[in-house]
Structures are given as C-alpha cells and as structure tokens.
Design a protein around this ligand. Structure first.
Ligand code: HEC
Length: 110
C-alpha cells in the first residue's frame, strides 16, 4: 500500500530537483547597442510624394525604392501589391493608385 505513494513522491522530488537546478543557473541578461546606418537619401519630389513617404519608408529606407531599375507602371503596381499582400504593409487600398503614380513618375521609363 505505501509504495503506491512512494513512486509519485519520487517523481515529484526528481522534478522539483530539476527545477531547483535550473533556477540556480544564472540568467544574466546583457544590453547591447546596435548602431544602424542612417539613411541620408530622401525621396525626390514628385506627385503624391507625401503619400509615399507616409506608407513606404516605415520598414525600409527610400534607397530600397530608388535603387531599383526603372519599371513600367504595371510592375510598380505589382510591387506595391507585393508590399501589401506579402510583407503586410498597412496600406489603404485607396492610396495605391497615388503611390503607383509617384513611382511611375520618378522610377518609370523616361
Ligand atoms: C511592412 C513593411 C514594409 C512596408 C510598409 C513597405 N515595404 Fe517594401 N519591402 C519590405 C520588405 C520586407 C522587403 C524585402 C527586403 C529584403 O529583401 O531585404 C521590401 C522590399 C522592397 C523593394 C525591393 C524589391 C523587392 O520586391 O524586394 C521595393 C522596391 C519596395 N520594398 C518598395 C516599397 C514601396 C513602394 C512601399 C510603399 C508602398 C513599401 N515598399 C512599403 C517591407 C515593407
């Protein structure tokens, strides 16, 4: 009869010992500093530049946009939709045409 209680007690004791051993390991958290490169490149003026600034440079710098090759309008449209659908850019769909107009004006075929 007594050994019915011994087994669970033993399991509990081993589990407790493991917990105590884990708590004894020092978990020292250290702060680190990371200096990210600063972007000095601004979006050039163009139609609806403010809409683009508001929607497109929160996740990455303007260079990400400006250093692309010139693209035709449908390609920019696809790019903006990719930002929205794949990378989850919080874009209001009604701003998309204005953004695409800017991108095509600034980085479209001349
Ligand atoms: C939610 C964050 C987010 C927002 C907002 C965002 N992007 Fe991006 N963008 C990304 C990520 C992530 C990548 C991929 C980065 C990488 O490949 O290193 C990217 C890459 C790009 C690229 C490089 C080509 C490519 O497809 O990878 C372009 C161009 C671009 N974004 C344009 C835009 C434009 C224009 C907007 C505004 C409509 C915008 N992004 C808004 C996250 C975002």
């Amino acid at each position: 009869m007594t050994h019915k209680f011994v087994a669970p007690a033993l399991v509990a004791a081993v589990a407790l010992a493991a917990l105590v051993a884990q708590a004894a390991v020092p978990t020292a958290l250290k702060s680190v500093d990371v200096t990210l490169p600063e972007s000095t490149v601004a979006l050039p003026d163009g139609p609806n530049v403010a809409v683009v600034r508001d929607n497109c440079v929160g996740c990455h710098s303007p260079e990400m946009i400006l250093y692309q090759p010139t693209l035709p309008k449908p390609a920019w449209e696809a790019e903006v939709n990719k930002m929205r659908n794949v990378y989850k850019a919080p874009l209001d769909p009604k701003d998309i045409p204005a953004i695409v107009e800017y991108l095509t004006a600034v980085k479209g075929p001349k």
